[in-house]
Design a protein around this ligand. Sequence first.
Ligand code: ADP
Ligand code: MG
Length: 483
Amino acid sequence: SEAARAPGADGTESEAATELDLLWGKIQEAIQARIQREQFETWFRRAALIDANDQAVCIAVQNGFTRDWLNTYYRPVLEQAVSTVLGSPRRVEFHVDPELMVGRGLPPQQKEEFETVPPPAIPDRSAIPEPPKHRGLLQASDTTLNPGYLFDNFVVGPCNRFAHAASVGVSESPGTAYNPFFLHGSVGLGKTHLLQSLCQSILHREPDTRILYLSSETFINHFIGALENGDLQKFRTKYRNVDVLVVDDIHLLANKERTQEEFFHTFNTLYNAGKQIVLSSDSPPKEIPTLQGRLVSRFKWGLVTEIEQPCYETRMAILKRKSRTRGMELPDEVARLLAEHIDENIRELEGAVVKLIGYSRLAGKPISSELARECLRDIFIERTGPPSMDDILRVVTERMGVKLSDLQSRKRTNAIAYPRQIGMFLARRLTRLSLEEIGGYFGGRDHSTVLHAIKKVERLSEEDAETRELVGSFHAQIQMRDA
Ligand code: ADP
Ligand code: MG
């Protein structure tokens, strides 16, 4: 009868489902131990295991974009986790199931607060006029897009691979792939470059798309202007009738409560209409001071991706690219010199190239290390004194690919505990801090924990060549910071 086939009423079926869920829980754990939390939340939290047999496992995901992404970037991680949990390798297959999110009780796509908290001061929502007839480029955007900010000119490395791929993905199917798309990272790492590339790529493919690209500063100014002039209606019409809204540097909304309120409603309107929203910030959503909780949670609905500091190889590649586009080849020696000394900001890297080329032309001398030292003297200022804890933490996080917050967390998976122990060991060797003080830099651990870590790394350095080399090279890098 009907009742017998209702979900959950069939004993065997729901038991099988529970078993798959349990299995998936274990696989998720294994995956979680190997990748960053943010990546895990984005790609694996919403997936489900729907079948497992001797040959294969099948994983359901909510759309084709996720399937392709997992396939391209996470297949090895997945296969490894499946093999660990099931005891032998299986083929990994994917199944696209758009109902998945809804079925699993995850973020609602449509309703929520929008009905219960109506937007302020709009007396009649039907009064919002139709979109303007003329569909066109970048109406009312605050800047023209920089013609050089194209995907083609963006150097991809491990630090920005996800950010780049996600931007391309969003530009290929705005409003469907990932919404909102939230890109964060510190200054000068290429956020604006990627955001503008995304816009230009969409416009290249669909020239009629109504894209509004602006910094959140402009949003704030327009909003304040509208309040002062009693033009809110016009303001809303403008912001809520776009296909793609791109707001750069959204962290500037911190402490702007009324603007946040307005932005929240703009966000909802566009989101509910299936329009793409793209945001950038210098920090992850929850770390933006005084950002309303409901905005934070909205921002996390889609894809949150970090753009990290470029590794040495990427810095070299960027230096070469930037000099070539300016008609000069940097000698390797010079590129290495710059890449070693400028490691936190691509804008500075680019600035150094521009300055060096200009200087070389002006002085009529070829580019050399001496010329670089002469012209970029400020970059090579000597640093003295013992290394600071910051130096140590920077090297460990950068070279071992862990986050500072993980080192300071309670997590004890080997992927995090090992770098943490190395960091404690280096701190003991290179600074005059006490065991307690060192523990303080790693999430308030007590002196016995620190001592244990130091002993362990000492032992490993004797027994294990890999650890010995690692510690040796970190040691050298930290000491050489004044080279
Ligand atoms: P942000 O917005 O994160 O502060 P920008 O996008 O303004 O940084 O980037 C600073 C400069 O560095 C820009 O000129 C940009 O073209 C350049 N840049 C950043 N990342 C890359 C990259 N991966 N490849 C090439 N140029 C880059
Ligand atoms: Mg920027």
